[in-house]
Each structure stands twice: as structure tokens, then as C-alpha cells.
Design a protein around this ligand. Structure first.
Ligand code: SF4
Ligand code: SF4
Length: 413
């Protein structure tokens, strides 16, 4: 695609990156067919090709409007279009650049600005979020359904094994997950412990930065990244850990991007690159210990159970990890039911379910139909956002897959 970027951006790092991305797009439209918002709304401007055009126009000097912003806001950043694109167009990067320019030129006002500011300040603070979650659980029955949906029932975390192995990994606790589902990281720690790896969380680390990044606050996201790097760096520098483990694929995709996010930071660029390099989804780590896992599982009778697997977009499109969790669940005795349109987003998408509730609700209803039509009694996923969002729409239990593996391994020996 030929581009003539305007003076305000042409010679900036963002301008050069945008130009490179735009040049790759051949306008074929293959991506449109796999875009969830295009499927729902049927408007070219609510699909990737249309959004690419809108961003191109803005970067070439056209004045964005509230309508431009709305079409960009409706994008889930699910990156299904990137998986489909035969030309390797890095759409999400272009979207980040386009959204930042539009947010500056078409500022938000009133309730919309307030909601975004509140989310930016509240969600990434684990203590504050934990207090609110505790209070929400205490009065859950009195809350409106929309808020009840955000307050999942607490599953007991169980014990977290004390570090005892020479092999050691750091886990990101994150911001929302410790309060919403502490059982996930505890289960991951038990599974890794059984495989000969100790998993620890380090004080000082917190939100990965994704919440702020996707709410027009790239600088806040960089501050979150620097804080996490500071918390992890002594262990990385001393060679005490072999990986940084993510149990929420939404955080994983963000931390893997630290190298890019801080590439122009003279102090943090190299550290950020190293952190990205060390980052692994828990599925990658467990798969690498596949023999040990199979040996542990083989020692126990494993009744087959039909299970529906929902691959989060941040796992299958963002990190391109496909088939890994599926193979682990199958090895553990779960029979994965067929799920149609498995590439489509469930509508959670970070804070999308709060900011775009109508579209998000329609996507969830479609996703649950697809997940449950194969007769599964439970659903597994890999991201706290998807798990909470799906659970709010069904009585069938929705769990993190590592909790299912943990339950099959049983108590440590
Ligand atoms: S599939 Fe790729 S090249 Fe084709 S229109 Fe979409 S982004 Fe552009
Ligand atoms: S990221 Fe998802 S919602 Fe956004 S344009 Fe691509 S496919 Fe559509």
C-alpha cells in the first residue's frame, strides 16, 4: 500500500514503523473474514482492512473524528487478522500507533474519560483491587448482574510448595488474578514442583502494564514494565532463574513485548529485551517437561472426561502458541470436544467487556454456544479475563487448564 505520511509523524520511530507495516498490506481483505467485529457488524470500517485505511488516512494528515475513534475502539485487539494475513501485516502495532494519535486529537470527555481513568488507576493496583474484590464477594447478592459478573466465586488456592529445587522460575502474580483466582498460580506452582522446578513470585512486581497500555496510557504501561524489570533483575542478573512464567496469556503477550515497549529507553532497553527473551507461557514450560509429566500422570488411573478448550486470542494469535495446551490436556485424560470457530474472540479482551458491553456480550453468547455444543461438562482456558468473562455466562465450571492438570496429578509425593 503506497503511503505519504504527514510531517508530524513521518520521521518519528512510530512513523517509520507504521510506514513499514502499511507498505506490507496489499489490501486483499482475507483478514476481514476472520474478524469478529466485522462478522457482528458487517461494516468494512469495523474490520481490519477498513481500520488500516482509517489509520493510514490519519497518519497522512486527515483529521480524525469521533467516528474514527469509535471504529478503532470497537477493535478487540484479538489479532485474529494477523493470524490470517498472508502478507505478515503487524496490524496490532499499527493499531497502537493509530490509537495513540487519535486519542490525542479526539480527546475523550465526561463519563467515557472518567471510566477509562478509573480503570487505569484501579485495576493495576493489586491491593486496592483485592480489597474491592473482597468487598464485592461479601455483598455479591446485592450487586447488579453486570458487577456480579466481575466477582467470581473464590476457589481455595491450596498449598504453595516451598522452593526446594535447583531449577527455579519466577511467576508474574499480576494485578487482577491474585484476587480473582489465586488457585491458578498455586496450581501452577504445584505442577512445576512435581516436575522438578520451583516457582516463586517476587515482591515488587505487579501489573504487566496491559491495562494501562490499552487505555491510552503507554507511559503508564512503561512505568509498570520498568517496575517489574526492577523486581526481577537481581535474580536474572545472578542467573538464579531459567524463565519468567506467565499463567495469564494476556500478561504473557504484554511482557513478551517489553523489549519493543522500552526499545528507546537508554537504561532499560537491554534489560527489557532480556526479560522478553526469558518469558514463557506456563504451557511451554510444562510441555518441555512432557516426559516427566506423562510419567507422573501414567502412575494414576485417568478417567476420560469431555472438556471444551477455549484458546485465548492472546495465546493463539498474540503468542502463536497453538496445540500445546491441547496436547497436555489430552495426555492428562481429557477428551477435547470439537469447537467451531475456535479462532474467534470470546469478547473479554481486557477491559473491552466493560467498555463495549453489547458487542462483548454477543461474542460471549456465540462463544459459549460453540464451546458447549460438543457436550462438555467443563470449559478450560488460559487467561483470567476469558475465564471470568465466560463463567459469567454459564453454569458450567470454567477453569484454567493448569488447575485441571494439577487435579490429575494429585497431592505431591
Ligand atoms: S489480509 Fe493482510 S494484506 Fe490482506 S488486507 Fe488484511 S492486513 Fe492487508
Ligand atoms: S484485532 Fe480482532 S477485532 Fe481488531 S481488526 Fe483484527 S480481527 Fe478484527
Amino acid at each position: 500500500m503506497q503511503t505519504q505520511l504527514a510531517d508530524f509523524i513521518r520521521d518519528t520511530p512510530e512513523g517509520r514503523e507504521a510506514e513499514e507495516i502499511l507498505r506490507k498490506c496489499v489490501h486483499c481483505g482475507f483478514c476481514t473474514a476472520t474478524c469478529p467485529t466485522y462478522q457482528l457488524l458487517g461494516d468494512e470500517l469495523d474490520g481490519p482492512r477498513g481500520r488500516i485505511y482509517l489509520i493510514k488516512q490519519v497518519l497522512e494528515g486527515a483529521a480524525p473524528t469521533e467516528k474514527t475513534r469509535l471504529h478503532l475502539d470497537r477493535c478487540l485487539t484479538c489479532r485474529s487478522c494477523e493470524s490470517t494475513c498472508p502478507s505478515g501485516v503487524h496490524y496490532s502495532r499499527l493499531l497502537d500507533i493509530g490509537r495513540a494519535v487519535v486519542a490525542e486529537r479526539v480527546p475523550r470527555h465526561g463519563g467515557e474519560a472518567l471510566v477509562r481513568r478509573t480503570l487505569r488507576e484501579f485495576v493495576p493496583r493489586p491491593k486496592l483491587f483485592g480489597l474491592a474484590m473482597g468487598a464485592g464477594r461479601a455483598v455479591r447478592g446485592l450487586l447488579p448482574k453486570s458487577l456480579q459478573d466481575k466477582v467470581p466465586t473464590l476457589r481455595p488456592a491450596g498449598t504453595w510448595p516451598a522452593p526446594r529445587h535447583a531449577r527455579r522460575v519466577i511467576a508474574l502474580a499480576g494485578c487482577a488474578q491474585p484476587a480473582m483466582a489465586p488457585s491458578i498460580n498455586a496450581a501452577a506452582a504445584r505442577v512445576l514442583d512435581a516436575l522438578g522446578i520451583s516457582m516463586v513470585e517476587l515482591p515488587g512486581a505487579g501489573c504487566c502494564g496491559a491495562v494501562r497500555f490499552h487505555l491510552d496510557d503507554a507511559e503508564g504501561a512503561r512505568a509498570d514494565a520498568r517496575r517489574n524489570i526492577d523486581a526481577w533483575w537481581p535474580d536474572i542478573e545472578a542467573g538464579r532463574i531459567e524463565a519468567i512464567v506467565m499463567t495469564a496469556s494476556g500478561c504473557g503477550v504484554q511482557v513478551r513485548d517489553y523489549g519493543h515497549l522500552l526499545q528507546h529507553d537508554p537504561v532499560y532497553a537491554e534489560r527489557a529485551r532480556r526479560v522478553s527473551e526469558l518469558t514463557r507461557d506456563i504451557a511451554e514450560l510444562v510441555l518441555a517437561e512432557g516426559d516427566a509429566l506423562r510419567a507422573r500422570l501414567g502412575a494414576r488411573a485417568q478417567p476420560r472426561e469431555p472438556l471444551a478448550w477455549h484458546a485465548p486470542c492472546t495465546l493463539q494469535h498474540g503468542q502463536r502458541i497453538r496445540g500445546t495446551v491441547e496436547s497436555l490436556l489430552t495426555a492428562a485424560g481429557y477428551e477435547l470436544t470439537p469447537v467451531r470457530d475456535a479462532h474467534l474472540c470470546c469478547g473479554s479482551a481486557g477491559t473491552y467487556s466493560i467498555l463495549q458491553p453489547e458487542l462483548s456480550g454477543r461474542l460471549r453468547a456465540n462463544k459459549l454456544d460453540a464451546l458447549l455444543e460438543g457436550g462438555a461438562a467443563r470449559i478450560a482456558s488460559a487467561n483470567i479475563g476469558c475465564i471470568t468473562h465466560l463463567q459469567a455466562g454459564t453454569d458450567k465450571p470454567v477453569l484454567h487448564w493448569i488447575e485441571l492438570i494439577d487435579s490429575r496429578l494429585g497431592p505431591a509425593s
